[in-house]
Design a protein around this ligand. Structure first.
Ligand code: SR1
Ligand code: MG
Length: 405
């Protein structure tokens, strides 16, 4: 009998006992410390360390309710999905995700590698750090884990079994509501924007019927297009970086969905980081110029490198007879790129108007400047959504962004 035989929401003191009972990471007599370090909306993240040796481990624990105490219940199975997916991703893209040491379905708690030498990408970008290797590394991660999980590469029956295993209704429902419904219609009635932007959002977003129709199509694509095992929430808070490495974590929103959803998130949050720099640094600050150059280059490189690596990998992994037909790879990739543009557009809108905002914009203290930059992003977002079928390459992205941001 153990007190961890039945689920309860653990706190630091419980986690210390839990680690000793379940794992043999540390010597029996080690004087362990435990600190809750999570700052996301859903889970609790504990770092358990042995100061004597410097060894540490991360325990990620899911509550039945979101940690934001919104009253929203979220299936704790997300913790299993996350642990399993990180293991699968580690096989597909070794070195690009943290190592999983164990998963406990009773306490909904997984133990994983402590990437303590890494920084969360968003935090680093908010400090105006730039990462020249990021576009190359994140596109390798995405192509290597996404394409092999599709019907292009997999036995179709095995792929369908994965679709079933990674069905993730509660987390998908959050995305369906926040990213699609609320972005264009404020259906939950909880959206808010700075005063100077309110009229623009009402008229140019909520009352735009053509935009609403495209958002409806995109929402149904998201729900019905079981293309690849996607991360599902690949924003800059789900990525760890050092000057030389990139690792993606927190794939609890993972499910079989459109690949462009991941690529679009990476691009949208790069644009948010650019707007943060533009809104918080003086025009003549050299950091602003350098950051701008990095951010725009990263967007273009993500588009180009994703295309390049995808095309090469397609040739290596395609097993379906008809997928190897001449012209099919380009057709398929163009669909992914159009989804990328549209997702970036929806993500930009929802983070500006919705409840789940990003620090990149909320930290811009000058409200008029913030509204000005947000409005620019909304204009770009609408173009990305409405014209997505023709935003397929880095040059297409340049045409959208140049002169507008
Ligand atoms: C209630 S969760 C709000 C947002 O945080 C997550 O990271 C997802 O992006 C979600 O939409
Ligand atoms: Mg998260």
């Amino acid at each position: 009998m153990s007190r961890f035989d039945q689920y309860f929401l653990m706190e630091e003191v419980d986690i210390l006992e839990y680690v000793r009972e379940k794992y043999d990471f540390f010597p029996k007599d080690a004087q362990l410390t435990c600190k809750e370090i999570g700052d996301g909306n859903l889970n609790y993240v504990f770092r358990v360390a042995d100061p004597a040796t410097g060894k540490s481990v991360i325990l990620k624990h899911s509550g039945i309710e979101t940690r934001a105490r919104s009253g929203r219940k979220v299936d704790v199975d997300r913790n299993r999905i996350e642990a399993e997916i990180l293991q699968r991703q580690d096989e597909l893209a070794p070195g690009f995700v943290p190592k999983i040491y164990g998963y406990d379905p009773v306490m909904c708690c997984c133990a994983m590698e402590d990437l303590k030498d890494y920084t969360i990408l968003r935090t680093a970008l908010l400090n105006y750090r730039t990462f020249p290797k990021f576009a190359d590394q994140i596109t390798t991660y995405m192509v290597n884990i996404l394409l092999p999980t599709t019907d292009v590469a997999m036995n179709h029956k095995e792929k369908k079994a994965l679709v079933k295993s990674y069905i993730n209704p509660d987390l998908c429902s959050i995305t369906e509501q926040l990213v699609y419904d609320d972005a264009v219609g404020n259906f939950a009635g909880k959206n808010y924007v700075v005063d100077a932007l309110a009229e623009v959002v009402e008229k140019d977003i909520y009352q735009d019927k053509a935009l609403r129709l495209e958002a409806a199509k995109l929402k149904f694509d998201f729900m019905e297009h079981a293309q690849a095992l996607i991360h599902g929430d690949l924003h800059s808070g789900s990525i760890f970086v050092t000057d030389t490495d990139t690792k993606a974590f927190d794939p609890e929103f993972a499910f079989y969905g459109p690949m462009g959803y991941d690529v679009g998130n990476v691009i949208a949050h790069t644009l948010f980081s650019l707007v943060h720099a533009e809104g918080t640094l003086e025009q003549d600050d050299p950091r602003r110029t350098a950051f701008r150059a990095w951010a725009l280059d990263t967007v273009y490189q993500v588009a180009d490198l994703f295309r390049e690596k995808f095309t090469k990998k397609f040739d290596e992994v395609a097993t379906d007879n008809l997928a190897r037909t001449e012209g099919f790879c380009e057709y398929y990739l163009n669909g992914v790129m159009a989804d990328t543009a549209a997702t970036a557009g929806m993500e930009l809108i929802r983070r500006i108007v919705g409840v789940a905002k990003v620090k990149d914009i909320t930290l811009i203290e000058d409200e008029a400047r913030r509204a000005e930059l947000e409005q620019k992003l909304l204009v770009i977002a609408k173009q990305l959504i409405m014209n997505r079928a023709s935003i397929l390459t880095a040059d297409d992205w340049k045409n959208v962004l140049e002169g507008q941001l």
